[in-house]
Design a protein around this ligand. Structure first.
Ligand code: NSS
Length: 434
């Protein structure tokens, strides 16, 4: 492969001859000049071809060139303050590496979302999708840096599991040799708890799976979750960690993805600039009373619905904690609230602007008998939890953790309505292609 200069680096090569490799994003011509807009994933550049300055066969090649053909463009970099990136290419040669068929399905016009999802492998090439993938990458890096800087150890928990992590209702299962049924992980949390007793502060970050029947803009069947687990940390300490993480990630996106957010995604970043501690904290009881006064049909004991979440955070300029939910609305592993045993020591962090729950977290039940009772109440298969109960038999310890949904966080930061755009190949109730 010959030398390649990335479009984002062209400004450092003014006056030099370079070769750029990319795809034809757009084209227009005016008489004896053809303007090619080339994209390579790092940016766009206008390549200016003058008929008099290229060989006749090159000119002929360009006249019929279709969108998304892949190209090698040779030329000299010229400073142009009006051009995106501050420069253009004066072309000496163009080689067509892979011509694109005439029927490239994604045009510059608006398409329906089902059509776009059917062509997700090509839709990803558009500037908006490229910007979202770059923000996602930055968010992932920020999350890893946050935990690394604080001394957490990253652990990869299993994806094939024997114990139900969250709720039996949303499991993907598969036959596992002679050992019966295995499940795709809904969470890495239970394994994280074992590791917290080994290493103190740990986190896992990977894909999780839920056979969600809900067709909402906040649900995927495969999504990525970062889950820290911290020994000697109570529910209050857990909420502070969540607040710090979210503020760190938002600040990083604002610092390093400003052009993606502002130019490509037209995000109102003033809404992100006010994401600083402290986040409001509303007890579940209070939240229910307030929601009822606003017309919600929620009853004490119910989990918050999507509309309730939107309402709870509607007046806030930053995410809102709702804490200490009723036991019956939450998972079996949450610690009973000593001040009100009908509730558990947990929190959901709800984003403003209608993006819903970003985080679910809790202090874990560290009492052997209470945990066993909860496993039985929920009719979970006790034999699968022997190892999990052992953590309470051999040196139990107060500990807490949470799970932050990557796609919901990226959707909120990008201001993207539906989380399906925040993962390369979304998996939903009705879609496994492409
Ligand atoms: O079910 S959670 O509220 N909590 C857990 O899984 C805990 N085991 C985490 C822990 O304490 N270690 O899910 C956590 C987050 C939730 O707030 C959402 O942001 C995201 O995971 N989540 C989802 N994102 C996309 N699609 C679906 N279906 C989904 N479910 C949860």
């Amino acid at each position: 492969m010959s030398e390649n200069t990335h479009i984002s680096d062209l400004a450092g090569h003014i006056g030099e001859a370079v070769a750029v490799h990319g795809w034809l994003h757009n084209k227009r011509s005016s008489g004896k000049i053809i303007f090619l807009i080339v994209r390579d994933g790092t940016g766009l550049v206008q390549a200016v071809v003058s008929q008099g300055e290229v060989a006749p066969e090159v000119w002929a090649r360009l006249e019929g060139l279709s969108y998304e053909s892949s190209l090698r463009v040779c030329g000299t970099v010229r400073a142009d303050p009006r051009a995106p990136g501050g420069c253009e290419l004066t072309v000496s040669d163009v080689e067509v590496i892979g011509p694109s068929a005439e029927d490239y399905p994604i045009q510059l016009k608006e398409h329906g979302v089902e059509f776009l999802l059917e062509h997700r492998h090509l839709w990803l090439r558009t500037l908006r999708q490229v910007a979202i993938m770059r923000v996602r990458d930055e968010v992932v890096k920020a999350i890893r840096d946050f935990f690394y800087e604080r001394g957490f150890v990253n652990i990869d928990t299993p994806i094939l599991t024997g114990a139900i992590g969250e709720s039996a209702g949303t499991l993907f299962s598969t036959e596992y040799f002679d050992l019966g049924t295995a499940y795709l992980a809904q969470t890495g949390q239970l394994y994280n708890e074992a590791l917290a007793a080994a290493l103190g502060r740990v986190y896992c970050f990977g894909p999780t799976f839920r056979a969600e029947k809900s067709k909402t803009r906040r649900h995927l069947t495969e999504f990525w979750m970062v889950e820290p687990e911290v020994a000697w940390c109570d529910s209050e300490c857990n909420m502070r960690l969540q607040e710090d993480l979210v503020c760190y990630v938002v600040a990083r996106a604002l610092e390093r993805c400003r052009s993606e957010l502002v130019e490509s995604l037209e995000r109102d970043i003033s809404r992100l600039e006010c994401v600083v501690p402290p986040f409001p904290r509303v007890a579940y009881d209070e939240a229910v009373a307030k929601l009822q006064s606003l017309g919600s049909s929620i009853q004490w004991g119910d989990d918050l619905g999507a509309d309730d979440e939107t309402l709870v955070a509607a007046e806030s300029d930053r995410p809102v904690f709702v804490y200490n939910y009723p036991k019956r609305a939450k998972a079996f592993y949450m610690k009973e609230n000593p001040d009100d045993p009908r509730t558990v020591l947990c929190d959901d962090l709800i984003a403003p602007e209608g993006y819903g729950e970003l985080i679910g977290g809790s202090q874990r039940e560290d009492d052997y008998d209470r945990l066993l009772a909860r496993i039985r109440e929920e009719r979970l298969p006790e034999e699968a939890y022997g190892w999990y109960l052992d953590l309470r038999r051999y040196g139990t310890f107060p500990h807490s953790g949470f799970g932050l949904g990557l796609e919901r966080t990226v959707a909120w930061i990008c201001g993207v309505h539906h989380i399906r755009e925040t993962i390369a190949f979304p998996r939903t109730l009705k879609r496994i292609y492409p």
